[in-house]
Write a protein that binds this ligand. Structure first.
Ligand SMILES: Cc1cc2nc3c(=O)[nH]c(=O)nc-3n(C[C@H](O)[C@H](O)[C@H](O)COP(=O)(O)O)c2cc1C
Length: 312
């Protein structure tokens, strides 16, 4: 049992925030398959304060997925605080601040990983967000700005002093983006340097790799992103099943959840992307994936592709 931000979790394996993926249906699925908790996609502080319909739609949650973490991004301390206060009304269990996203659209506005090079501004944001909500606040960072400025340890100490309840560390620098591989040495140093729970992240593709990361670095929990796409079994300690029937049944459960909570007919491309991932790498998968991508409706995808034998 591990406690993060005051929540005793059944599992130390956490679903990482993934823009375009970790919406309510996928989070619920991962929780059912054993994730300790899940983090939402990054949500814009401006979208929230302008009360944009699409952004507010990202704040839906249910009792079943609790404790859920909603992730906020932005770079203006006052707007971040106002957004955190509004976000709180939608009842997440905690709020995470994105200080690790390297995507240009985010960093060119000084948000995400760009905050790693502005620790004073980052500190102000953390303090203002904490003062605007009664929920625990966590941060997700990278191990540094670039190879010459590996400032993860000082940054994590600053975040702890500013009052965050836990810190997730992706073992790449901002300048690395998603290239190269994650290096978890800074994670181990951060774990030794702070008293709050530390969550390791980056390139963990199986439950066993996650256990090894905790053993090697002492980190308290593991956050899994890409390794969970089409593979919620990663949270239950199992490999993806060999049986096509079991895989189809998980894909159908995911589709059910999408149809329950999202306007499924308007997001067919998004659904195909999610569902096709369940079959990636399986024998004969290119034919299955082609079949999925050629569907013209959710009904066709469900009835003629998933509910029927995929090998027919
Ligand atoms: C498609 C995609 C979307 C992502 N979106 C977010 C996001 O919204 N917020 C965030 O903090 N990190 C985001 N990340 C980074 C992941 O949370 C994670 O740190 C990174 O993918 C490394 O973990 P992994 O190797 O387990 O995927 C994203 C990554 C990917 C591939």
């Amino acid at each position: 049992m591990v406690t993060i931000a005051g929540f005793s979790l059944d599992s130390p394996f956490i679903l990482a925030p993934l823009a375009g993926y970790t919406d309510l249906p996928f989070r619920l699925l991962c929780r059912r398959y054993g994730a300790g908790y899940c983090v939402s996609e990054m949500i814009s502080c401006h979208g929230i304060t302008y009360r944009q319909k699409k952004t507010l739609g990202m704040l839906q949650t249910t009792e079943e997925e609790q404790p859920v973490s909603f992730q906020l991004f932005g770079n203006d301390p006052d707007i971040m605080a106002e957004a955190a206060s509004i976000m709180t009304e939608y009842h997440p269990a905690m709020i995470d601040i994105n200080m690790g996203c390297p995507v240009k659209k985010v960093t060119k506005r000084g948000a995400g990983a760009a905050l790693m090079s502005e620790p004073q501004l980052a500190e102000q944001i953390i303090k203002k967000v904490i003062s605007a909500t009664n929920l625990p606040v966590t941060v997700k960072i990278r191990c540094g700005v670039n190879a010459k400025q590996i400032n993860g340890v000082t940054f994590a100490r600053m975040a702890e002093q500013a009052g965050v309840s836990a810190i997730a560390v992706h073992g790449r620098t901002w300048s690395q983006g998603f290239s190269g591989s994650a290096d978890h040495t800074v994670l181990a140093e951060i774990k030794k340097s702070v008293a709050i729970p530390v969550i390791g992240n980056g390139d963990i593709l199986s439950y066993d790799e996650g256990l090894k990361l905790m053993q090697d670095t002492g980190c308290d929990a593991v956050m899994i992103g890409r390794g969970a796409l089409g593979n919620p079994w990663i949270f239950s300690g199992n490999n993806r099943p060999d049986s096509c029937e079991k895989i189809k049944s998980a894909a159908l459960e995911h589709l059910d959840l999408i149809e329950q909570f999202l306007p499924a007919d308007r997001i067919l491309g998004y659904i195909k992307n999610h569902i096709s991932r369940y079959f990636k790498g399986l024998p004969g998968s290119s034919r299955i994936r082609q079949k999925i991508f050629s569907c013209h409706s959710v009904r066709e995808l469900r009835e003629e592709t998933l509910e029927r034998s995929l090998h027919r």
